[in-house]
Ligand binder design. Structure first.
Ligand code: NAD
Ligand code: ZN
Length: 299
């Protein structure tokens, strides 16, 4: 292990509260293109031309077609080792808040994998307390609860509840949620999309209004509740672990400064340059799936 990895593990082991902050890079090894990296283009459009309220007002069919394409890409992707390691770590130790800028569902699916793995090992606890609350000493030191389970004995509901407990705070919404442009009702939406004409676009069950993806587009405000929860967690954190974000999209990018401003430490995992390189206490240059599992194992 490099000296930098050891330093990062020491910081994490000594932290009571941690915020993990992820961006497109955490999903890159799952095959989801980052906006700025190779494969970030669709047809000849840049995301900045499609992910805007003006683009949706001008041509909702085109924007929905793009989201349909992105949903299709995601359906073929699996959570990678970083998603699973983050969730497993959160389930084991408590005191960790996960904040993502991503609109994919790979953190949630990674959490299901992690909770299933722990259940198989007989280590899935029905932990008390909300996600992000510091774990008690005894919980952190806890031994396996029971003997390993066979697949047909897996407690499906307990696994789903555990995974939900470590769900990310979403700063930019979700590609699998929609919002009515008329009555603003929100809901999950995973049904196949038919963007062949404006008449076939998804409509609100309550009022018939046109539905839009419940994501934050360029120029739009971030959801207030998520913003408060995320920045509050960052301000209280002893360590901010940044994974796979260039730190170029505001106001989300300012989250890291909340931790640093409060005297907390910053660890950055990214194979490319980021806006945080000069301020990082520990800088780990590498891919999330290669670096994160070793970083979080048993700390
Ligand atoms: P970004 O595209 O600006 O930066 C991605 C970062 O990931 C870069 O710093 C790059 O070096 C790094 N990276 C590339 N491969 C990596 C790997 N294997 N492991 C770790 N890091 C890796 O993305 P951003 O900072 O998240 O900001 C762009 C905006 O677009 C955000 O709102 C983001 O959520 C959104 N976006 C989301 C998705 C998604 O939901 N998966 C995909 C593309 C863009
Ligand atoms: Zn409606």
């Amino acid at each position: 292990m490099s000296g930098e990895s050891a330093a990062a593990r020491e910081l994490l082991a000594g932290a009571v509260r941690v915020v993990v902050f992820t961006g497109a890079g955490v999903s890159a090894e799952s095959g989801v293109p980052t906006f700025r990296g190779p494969g970030g283009l669709w047809k000849t459009f840049r995301p900045e031309q499609l992910a805007t309220p003006e683009a949706f007002a001008r041509d909702p069919r085109l924007v929905w077609e793009w989201y349909g394409w992105r949903r299709g890409l995601l359906a073929a992707c699996r959570p990678n080792l970083a998603h699973v390691a983050i969730a497993r770590w959160m389930l084991r130790r408590g005191g960790v808040a996960l904040v993502t800028q991503n609109v994919d569902d790979l953190h949630e699916r990674g959490a299901l994998e992690a909770a299933t793995g722990l259940a198989r090992e007989g280590r899935l606890r029905v932990a008390a307390g909300p996600a992000g609350a510091p774990a008690s000493e005894e919980a952190r030191a806890a031994a396996p609860d029971a003997s390993p389970l066979h697949d047909d004995e897996l407690p499906v509901e307990k696994i789903a509840a555990a995974a939900a407990r470590v769900a990310p705070i979403r700063l930019h919404g979700s590609i699998f949620h929609v919002r009515c442009t008329n009555c603003r009702a929100r809901s999950e939406h995973r049904a196949p999309l038919d963007a062949s004409s404006e008449a076939t676009l998804p409509r609100c069950g309550a009022c018939g209004g046109l539905l839009r993806p419940d994501v934050v587009w360029f120029g739009e405000a971030l959801p207030e509740g998520a913003l408060e929860a995320a920045f509050g967690a960052a301000a209280r954190a002893d360590v901010c672990l940044v994974v796979g974000t260039a730190g170029a999209v505001q106001p989300a990018a300012a989250l890291v400064h909340e931790t640093a401003g409060g005297g907390g430490r910053v660890i950055v995992v990214d194979p490319g340059e980021t806006a945080y390189d000069a301020m990082a206490d520990v800088r780990l240059w590498g891919a999330a799936g290669e670096v994160v599992p070793g970083l979080l194992r048993d700390v």
